[in-house]
Design a protein around this ligand. Structure first.
Ligand SMILES: Nc1nc2c(ncn2[C@@H]2O[C@H](COP(=O)(O)OP(=O)(O)OP(=O)(O)O)[C@@H](O)[C@H]2O)c(=O)[nH]1
Ligand SMILES: [Mg+2]
Length: 280
């Protein structure tokens, strides 16, 4: 039986850890076990029950306090992730070998990990060797959408991660509950955006107008990768979480391998329950 993994990605503060804890809570409601692994050596706070924590292997202070290394926060984080990459047997030990496990990996927000540093790609390869079906869930703070150029830059980061990791991706606009009614209406044009229209919309802005060729080129790259589908996540609505999890499960064919109960099996179970009721 395959195992299932979501790499929860996105810029710092986009809502990755909050997403993980809301998925765990949702799992409890629908009686599904969803485990979370913290992969952020610099994490200070999260409120989900952590199944495995990279900080038991190495944490950011180990790198930054070392007088010989003399790292700053970003260099220290990359150092920690390189150390993690050399010690993936630690992760294997933590994950165990149970079948049809479902894990969320709460990843660091540093962009370097998704542009040119190969660590996350190696992690994906290793998880796939351990029989995991892996997808990327990329969060962009919906408040980014107030300005098209910010939104386009968020999309480029998502595109870079897609190219780097070569796994199915679900793109999420997070923190929708924070938006005003007006901004929620404006959001519609970002869910299935006409990227060309977006790229051109700032021509009026004198400064940005000079970059119209660049914006058009960015738009065509994004369009070619059919990146433009976004899902919204409004934490205040249970069905928003349900719908998003359904899309993600589809992208990793979660549940396709469960043995479908034959009708007679279901009937027999119902009979048993029926008799049990009689005996009680
Ligand atoms: N209103 C609202 N606030 C949110 C939501 N998701 C996250 N936040 C807030 O946004 C801030 C950052 O959320 P985190 O979940 O820590 O973001 P993160 O991506 O894990 O951040 P890093 O680990 O630093 O990269 C916190 O103050 C959260 O309470 C949301 O859906 N709605
Ligand atoms: Mg976090």
């Amino acid at each position: 039986m395959p195992r299932y993994a979501q790499l929860v990605l996105g810029p710092a503060g986009s809502g990755k850890s909050t997403y993980c804890s809301s998925m765990v809570k949702h799992g409890e409601v629908v009686r599904r076990t969803i485990n979370v692994v913290n992969l952020d050596p610099a994490a200070e706070h999260f409120d989900y029950p952590v199944f495995a924590d990279i900080r038991e292997l190495i944490e950011i202070d180990d790198a930054m306090d070392d007088q010989a290394l003399r790292f700053g926060p970003n260099g220290g984080l990359i150092f920690c992730m390189e150390y993690f990459e050399r010690n993936l047997d630690w992760l294997q030990e933590q994950l165990g070998e149970d079948e049809d496990d479902y894990f969320l990996f709460d990843c660091p927000g540093q962009i370097e990990l998704y542009t040119h540093v190969p660590i996350m790609r190696r992690l994906v390869n290793q998880l796939q060797n351990w029989n995991f079906r892996v997808c990327g869930v990329f969060l962009i703070d919906a408040q980014f959408c107030v300005e098209q150029s910010k939104f386009l830059s968020g999309m480029l980061t998502a595109l870079s991660s897609m190219i780097q990791l070569e796994i199915p991706f679900i793109h999420v606009l997070s923190k929708v509950d924070v938006l005003s009614k007006r901004d929620k209406k404006r959001l519609k044009k970002f869910i299935d955006p006409d990227v060309y229209q977006l790229a051109n919309c700032e021509l009026s802005n004198k400064f940005l107008g000079r970059y119209s060729q660049l914006n058009k080129a960015i738009a065509s790259v994004i369009y070619d990768y059919s990146l433009v589908k976004f899902y919204t996540l409004d934490m205040s609505k249970e069905d928003s979480i349900t719908n998003l999890l359904t899309e993600i499960d589809l992208s990793i064919q979660y549940g396709e391998d469960f043995d479908v109960k034959e009708p007679k099996e279901i009937e027999a179970n119902e009979q048993d329950e029926f008799h049990d009721d009689d005996d009680s």
